[in-house]
Ligand binder design. Structure first.
Ligand SMILES: [Zn+2]
Length: 313
């Protein structure tokens, strides 16, 4: 069983509406229904991604994703859209799979509380406030000034806390990370980022950040982006294992989760080319870690986090 905290398949489907998520013969998607079944992905998080190529972000860009998510992916005979704790337990104890709608890039919310509330009603349960650059709320990891959250952004943190929307640090600048850690009343997560001490990439987390996520009972999603896995030479599943080892050494055994970034990446780690390949990772992890630890990494740690942090109703 797998719980994956981040993929960009909705982005591919918005860009290429002809792609059929359920066609077992299509090869355009990393996360296809056939791959989900093959790897027994029990819960998949689906990101609404507001591309920075969109010069004037509008709320209906989000609606386009949400429309495709409900119509073309999360068909109700196969999926339960997880919005609260009871949906989560229904998925974990039943035969259907769980889909969680997430958002990467709050640009088009633009300080409109109504938009945040509507997104919450439509099912959005995690938000990464920025992509790589700055918006009205905060600076992203590649914004040259490397500033943190604006006052509006700080109000947005509280609003998400109150609505039961989990906040994701993945693309934030270092200062934005600390602003969020200071202002969030709820645990925060990195849905898709690795350890900077192992691979020095700006999208990876330094040890202080990892320790803080652990202390806040947050989660750190091991991600399969080759350039975040290995700084020099080619990335492999063994490179990912070095991140697992490092995060566990910092005390994160119960905080480490998965966030593949499938369909958001062009290059792949050999053996992890698409979402049908999780068994290769499981096999490698099982050589070095107990069954209990491996189950925690693959699904248990995400499950316990969602069980605690999704809204009750
Ligand atoms: Zn991302």
């Amino acid at each position: 069983m797998i719980i994956d905290g981040h993929c960009d398949v909705l982005w591919k489907m918005v860009e290429h509406p002809e792609i059929d998520f359920y066609d077992p013969h299509q090869t355009a998607l990393d996360v296809s229904y056939a791959h989900v079944v093959k790897s027994d992905i029990k819960i998949q998080c689906f990101a609404i991604y507001l591309s920075e190529a969109v010069r004037q972000p509008r709320f209906d860009h989000y609606l386009e994703y949400i429309n495709i998510f409900y119509r073309k992916v999360a068909q109700t005979d196969k999926w339960i859209v997880i919005k609260n704790k009871s949906d989560l337990e229904q998925v974990m104890n039943g035969t259907k799979r769980g889909a969680i709608l997430t958002l990467e890039g709050a640009d088009a919310i633009n300080d409109h509380s109504l938009y945040t509330q509507i997104l919450q009603l439509l099912g959005v349960r995690m938000i990464g406030v920025t992509w790589n650059h700055a918006n009205w709320a905060a600076d992203g990891v590649l914004e040259p000034r490397q500033s943190g959250f604006s006052n509006k952004g700080k109000r947005f943190i509280k609003e998400c806390n109150d609505l039961g929307i989990i906040l994701d640090v993945s693309h934030l600048s270092v200062r934005s990370f600390w602003d969020l850690a200071d202002h969030s009343a709820k645990p925060i997560v990195a849905t898709h980022a690795n350890a900077r001490a192992v691979c020095s990439h700006p999208r990876n987390l330094n040890d202080d950040q990892i320790r803080t996520l652990i202390r806040m009972e947050g989660r750190i999603g091991l991600t399969f982006v080759p350039s975040f896995a290995s700084g020099g030479g080619s990335a492999s599943i063994d490179s990912l294992l070095r991140h697992v080892e490092h995060i566990c050494a910092l005390g994160g055994e119960h905080n480490l989760v998965l966030g593949s970034d499938f369909d958001g990446i062009d290059t792949k780690i050999p053996g992890l080319e698409h979402a049908g390949h999780f068994a290769n990772l499981t096999e490698k992890l099982s050589r070095y870690y107990s069954k209990e630890s491996v189950e925690g990494f693959l699904f248990g740690n995400w499950h316990s986090f969602f069980a605690k942090n999704l809204p009750a109703l």
